[in-house]
Design a protein around this ligand. Structure first.
Ligand SMILES: [Zn+2]
Length: 294
């Protein structure tokens, strides 16, 4: 929801999780955040035309092949060190160029100056370093690992699904999720060693003070503060966005209340909580989380 709230500023355009565009939008034609099927959305049609001369000029299978080979967490050391043969570098640059073309076209079509890609693929920022001329800044959003583990045990329907196989969001057992949480956050933390600017934002701090989180994020994106009566201390007035993929919340518009969801404290089984706490303890402390809930 935080990404969507950034879209209340006309200088920012949230695109959703662009890493899924190749399969879910181009091949499966899942709906855009505006409700139209991707192929019928006027925003994305215009973006495709400006970026590639039309989406029919993009070989989605080719991009997916590159993604599965390059855009992987295990590849981040190689991407970070920029090692590999000439063919590898050519492929990484080609893969990165699909994203940079979309970002530039989205800026042009929307009249905004900042694009938000909320892809949760931790290797993607490393890939984007290969794209020329992009000013990439990484907002590192973290949430208590126990809360994340609990939320991924729940069955959540995907209203955007166009095939029976994609009707529900993937679920993970708490121990598996704990390892994914560790890996994801360590990889993003690793960006600090490179030249990409990063900013840490805790879900809990955003939920406690959405206005402060919103302002500091815009400042991080290089935008001067501006009055915005769509974001308040406990609600946000969500605009229609053209998110290609992402959390089902993207279909929601209008005023939505913001408060901490701490249902994990009563609903995550004690054994799971102990296991996730033990597995993620060092990083939990780094991000300022307590081992035992208050
Ligand atoms: Zn749309």
């Amino acid at each position: 929801m935080f990404e969507l709230s950034l879209g209340t500023d006309e200088r920012v355009v949230p695109l959703g999780e662009v890493v899924h565009l190749w399969q879910r939008s181009l091949i499966d034609d899942e709906p855009c955040g505006c409700g139209e099927p991707f192929s019928q959305c006027s925003f994305w049609t215009e973006v495709g035309a400006k970026a590639f001369g039309g989406w029919d000029r993009v070989d989605a299978e080719r991009v997916l092949t590159l993604r599965h080979r390059i855009d992987r967490t295990v590849r981040t050391p190689q991407l970070a060190a920029r090692v590999g043969g000439p063919a590898w570098h050519t492929d990484v640059r080609e893969y990165a160029s699909y994203y940079s073309r979309i970002y530039r076209a989205a800026v042009e079509v929307s009249g905004s100056s900042v694009v938000v890609d909320s892809s949760k693929q931790a290797s993607l920022p490393y890939v984007l370093r290969y794209a020329d001329g992009l000013d990439v800044r990484v907002l590192h959003c973290v949430r208590d690992s126990r809360a994340v583990a609990y939320s991924w045990t729940k069955q959540v329907a995907r209203p955007d699904a166009t095939t029976p196989a994609s009707r529900y969001m993937t679920r993970y057992p708490p121990a598996v999720l704990a390892m994914k949480w560790l890996q994801h956050n360590l990889v993003i933390d690793g960006l600090r060693l490179g030249r990409l600017p990063t900013m840490l934002l805790r879900y809990e701090d955003w939920a406690d003070d959405p206005v402060a989180a919103y302002r500091s994020t815009l400042a991080f994106a290089g935008l001067e503060p501006r009055a915005n009566d769509h974001v308040d201390h406990d609600w946000v007035d969500l605009p229609t966005t053209h998110t290609c993929s992402g959390n089902p919340m993207r279909f929601t518009t209008g005023r939505v209340g913001i408060r901490r969801d701490e249902s994990w404290k009563s609903s995550l089984p004690r054994r799971s909580r102990a296991l996730v706490t033990a597995l993620t303890a060092p990083l939990l402390a780094t991000y300022g989380y307590r081992r035992a809930p208050r």
